[in-house]
Ligand binder design. Structure first.
Ligand code: NI
Length: 184
């Protein structure tokens, strides 16, 4: 397995609409290796998700997983999930705010409000179709990662860019308020 280089904001691949993965491509050795390397890369950099365009592969493939880590000490656990050609539908429910980060915008956090419940139809890493409903933090991560497949970054979803913060300033000035329920 290999740790892959992560494209940083400004690289055009992050702004391109990624291509669907064909059944044959998904079965290929190269794509299966890419999936393993994306998981390894996500873990190496304490990410909770990674989209293929972030590692310079413009295809519709994302991996997500979360356990408590230094970047997201409050993050609820999400089991490892591989989504190929995901289609996301918003479900009724409240919208929730989260201070998102992204390995393609290192060192920054921004407050984004998104739907809290989504239904995802996708293929798994072996090409088997599945449908699942995600709620709360995992729904946020799903939307953030699938946005990458359409060339969208979380800063595009921010309604107030004054809340774009460096990690340290976020920890000092915003995280305490979020923890006490204010500003969510
Ligand atoms: Ni991201």
């Amino acid at each position: 397995m290999a740790i892959l280089k992560v494209a940083q904001m400004g690289h055009p691949i992050l702004r391109r609409r990624a291509d669907p993965v064909t059944a044959a491509a998904l079965r290929s050795r190269d794509t299966q290796r890419l999936i393993r390397d994306m998981i390894e890369t996500m873990r190496e950099y304490d990410g909770v998700g990674l989209a293929a365009p972030q590692v310079h592969a413009s295809i519709r493939l994302v991996v997500i997983a979360s356990h408590r880590n230094p970047r997201y000490p409050q993050a609820p656990a999400i089991p490892l999930t591989v989504l190929v050609n995901p289609a996301v539908t918003t479900l009724p429910g409240p919208r929730i705010a989260w201070w998102e980060g992204c390995l393609s915008l290192p060192g920054l956090r921004g407050r984004v409000v998104r739907p809290s419940r989504v239904r995802v139809r996708a293929l798994d890493r072996l090409g088997r179709p599945f449908t699942r409903v995600f709620e709360g933090f995992s729904a946020i991560v799903i939307q953030h990662e699938t946005d990458h497949l359409d060339g969208v970054l979380y800063i595009d979803r921010m309604t107030d860019l004054k809340q774009l913060s460096f990690e340290r300033e976020y920890q000092v000035h915003w995280a305490p308020a979020e923890a006490s329920g204010k500003g969510a």
